[in-house]
Design a protein around this ligand. Structure first.
Ligand code: ATP
Length: 146
């Protein structure tokens, strides 16, 4: 019996489908969820949420939120979430540079400083996801030989 997975972010529906296993970046650490898992509610820490089905694995970044686990269902309510192929690298790089500029200038522990620290973590998470999990584009293109 597969698990029905729904990943919903504050501003959009990100993904729904079936899985054999879900690995959740829970606040207590990574948590593997198989069908018939005991019901629980946990908060998310920023990290990678992996959905496994057959031999395939889909990877999503999540930056916080909550997850409800039921025996046949996992419902992720994330502050923000993206499939690794959806991540806009230039945008994440720009967010990282913006955050670094603020961190260099704002007084430590000011609201702006703390917000920039959180923004830097989000940007670094997205960039790391692309580095680790994005599939390489094929080198050859049709019509160019090999
Ligand atoms: P930015 O400053 O670029 O908006 P952010 O970290 O402040 O980045 P969030 O508040 O975490 O952005 O997310 C707002 C929305 O934008 C969410 O839907 C999130 O999935 C999306 N998003 C943020 N950064 C990226 C990115 N680099 N690529 C794709 N989607 C992104």
């Amino acid at each position: 019996m597969p698990i029905q997975v729904d990943i919903i972010a504050q501003d959009r529906h990100v993904w729904s489908g079936e899985a054999d296993m879900v690995v959740i970046p829970g606040s207590q650490g990574d948590m593997g969820v198989l069908p018939n898992h005991a019901p629980l509610l946990t908060t998310l820490k920023p990290g990678f949420l992996r959905v496994r089905k057959g031999g395939e694995e889909l990877v999503f970044t999540v930056v916080g939120g909550v997850v409800e686990v039921r025996p046949d269902r996992v419902i992720v309510l994330a502050d923000a979430a993206e499939h690794v192929e959806e991540i806009d690298v230039a945008r994440a790089q720009a967010a990282k540079e913006r955050a670094e500029r603020i961190l260099a200038e704002a007084p430590r522990d000011s609201e702006a400083y703390l917000a920039a620290l959180a923004a830097l973590r989000r940007a670094n998470l997205r960039l790391e996801a692309v580095r680790r999990y994005r599939r390489e584009k094929p080198i050859s293109t049709p019509g160019q030989g090999q």
